[in-house]
Structures are given as structure tokens and as C-alpha cells.
Ligand binder design. Structure first.
Ligand SMILES: [Zn+2]
Ligand SMILES: [Zn+2]
Length: 278
């Protein structure tokens, strides 16, 4: 079974996200657990969380098909102590929301270390991940790979592995691979998506691939930039995505579209679901 769908809005009520996904024919989807632009949001109400869980059940989704994305304000690698503390409080809150929604896994960007050493940045990111797991033991954390601009961590499998190794709770830590970020970081996902996924599996094991973000890219291989494009309209091209959804590592995990044109989502989902079954 392939869990394919977009990152949908939680506007008005988080439970509506399920209906939005369903209406597009999605078999999986992503959400923010709260408004991602602000540090503090009103608590997740019991009745809203219950309505979301009910929607998941009624519409035939499994919790494993949904991958919440933590807010962009969170910087686990930051050397700024105040920002680290604020980031930690928000990340912990989002992990608790995820569990309250009946879900297991939250996706996080490892962040940017800004100054000082990369190694210290990795340590700070791992420390935040560990602290969240210690306070919310049910949560699994999916560290997302990045295109690697500036001091942003996580643009290579080596660096993802370093974060995992640094964590004391590695059993609860895995990864999300974003195809546009891979391409930006210099992994030629257009030419050889199968080899890249095989390399990931031989290094970490299939069970460490918690999800993928399926995005084509507006910018070139190794550009270090992150500009998403609709599937088939970018520099990666549709064929690579067909190979990805046929790869055994992508079965049973959320495969999330963060593509820019919402009007194409339904067709993108239908096409990739169809290909995954061929
Ligand atoms: Zn992301
Ligand atoms: Zn991106």
C-alpha cells in the first residue's frame, strides 16, 4: 500500500484536513499541527483532536499514512540559547499534539548552526531530539534531509547518520527524504533514484525511512537551493518519481507532495498511485 497525498491545510479546524485529503483521492497526507508562523497557538482542544482521529478512522486512513510537519520557526541546531529553548518548547508542544491526534511521527528540519562548528550544531540538534523523546516517549522523529544552503544541517547521508549516532534515543529517530532537497544537495535523483534509495536502505535499513517528500525541483543538481516544482514539470522529471513509488522502501510510509500547484494535486496523486501498482 502506498500512502500518497499532499500537505493539506488545517484552516478553521484540524479535522477538516482529513476531508481535504480525502477529496483529492489521497491515501496519505501531511499537516502542520498548528499555525506554523507563530510561536504559541491555543491548545489543541480535546474535541478537535477526537474529531481528527474519528475522521482518520472513518475515511480509512491509518495513522502511519499521516506525517505532520513541525513548524519552520524551530531551529534545533541553533547556538542561540534563547532560540534553542523556544524551539524546544515549540517542538515538544508539536510532538504532544501529534500524539494527541493519534499519530506516531513528526517531521523536523535539523536546523542551521549559524556559527561555531558543524559538530556542535549536530550535538545541539540531537540533544533537542532526545529531550523531546524523553518528554514525549510515544513520539518518533523523522529528521528531514535538506538542500544544505549556508550552515543548514542534513544535506548528506553522512550528516543524517551523525545526528542519529549522536542521539541517545536512536530507536525513535528516522528520516524523511525530500527529492527536491536531495537534488539540490547534489544527489542525482533524476538519473539514479533507485541507487540513492538502495544506498539509504543499505546504510540505515528500510525501517529508518519514515517518509518521503515527493517534489520536483525548479533548481539544478547541487544548487544547494530548495525550490519545489510540480511533478514532471521540473528538472527531476516524472520518470524518477515513477521509479521511486515502485521501490520497496516507499511502501507503507507517507509520500507527501509539497508541490506548488494545488490544482495539479489530484492528478499527481492519481498518477503516482497508479504507477505504484503497476
Ligand atoms: Zn520540510
Ligand atoms: Zn523544500
Amino acid at each position: 500500500m502506498h500512502f500518497i497525498g499532499p500537505h493539506v491545510s488545517i484552516k478553521e479546524n484540524i479535522a477538516l484536513s482529513v476531508d481535504r485529503a480525502k477529496a483529492l483521492g489521497a491515501t496519505g497526507f501531511a499537516i502542520f499541527t498548528k499555525n506554523q508562523r507563530i510561536w504559541t497557538a491555543p491548545p489543541l482542544q480535546d474535541e478537535d483532536a477526537a474529531a481528527f482521529r474519528e475522521g482518520i478512522r472513518e475515511n480509512g486512513y491509518t495513522p502511519d499514512a499521516v506525517l505532520p510537519h513541525a513548524g519552520y520557526l524551530i531551529n534545533p541546531a541553533t547556538p542561540d540559547r534563547d532560540l534553542w529553548n523556544k524551539s524546544f518548547a515549540l517542538f515538544e508542544d508539536e510532538a504532544m499534539r501529534t500524539v494527541k491526534l493519534g499519530l506516531r511521527t513528526i517531521n523536523i528540519h535539523p536546523g542551521a548552526y549559524k556559527e561555531g562548528s558543524r559538530e556542535d550544531g549536530i550535538k545541539r540538534a540531537a540533544q533537542m531530539i532526545d529531550s523531546v523523546i524523553e518528554n514525549v516517549p510515544e513520539i518518533r522523529i523523522a529528521v528531514e534531509n535538506t538542500a544544505g544552503a549556508g550552515t543548514i544541517l542534513g544535506s548528506s547521508f553522512d550528516e543524517l547518520e551523525a545526528i542519529l549516532q549522536e542521539s541517545k534515543h536512536g530507536e525513535n529517530v528516522g528520516f524523511t527524504l525530500d527529492t527536491a532537497h536531495l537534488f539540490g544537495a547534489g544527489y542525482d535523483v533524476k538519473t539514479d533514484p533507485v541507487r540513492i534509495l538502495d544506498d539509504f536502505v543499505s546504510r540505515f535499513g528500510k525501517e529508518k525511512l519514515f517518509g518521503m517528500h515527493l517534489n520536483d525541483s525548479k533548481v539544478g543538481l547541487g544548487s544547494k537551493k530548495d525550490r519545489h516544482e510540480s511533478i514532471g514539470l521540473g528538472l527531476i522529471g516524472k520518470e524518477a518519481f515513477v521509479e521511486i513509488v515502485k521501490h520497496p522502501a516507499t511502501e507503507g510510509i507517507p509520500l507527501i507532495l509539497e508541490t506548488p500547484d494545488e490544482n495539479r494535486w489530484q492528478a499527481e496523486i492519481a498518477c503516482l498511485l497508479q504507477e505504484s501498482k503497476l
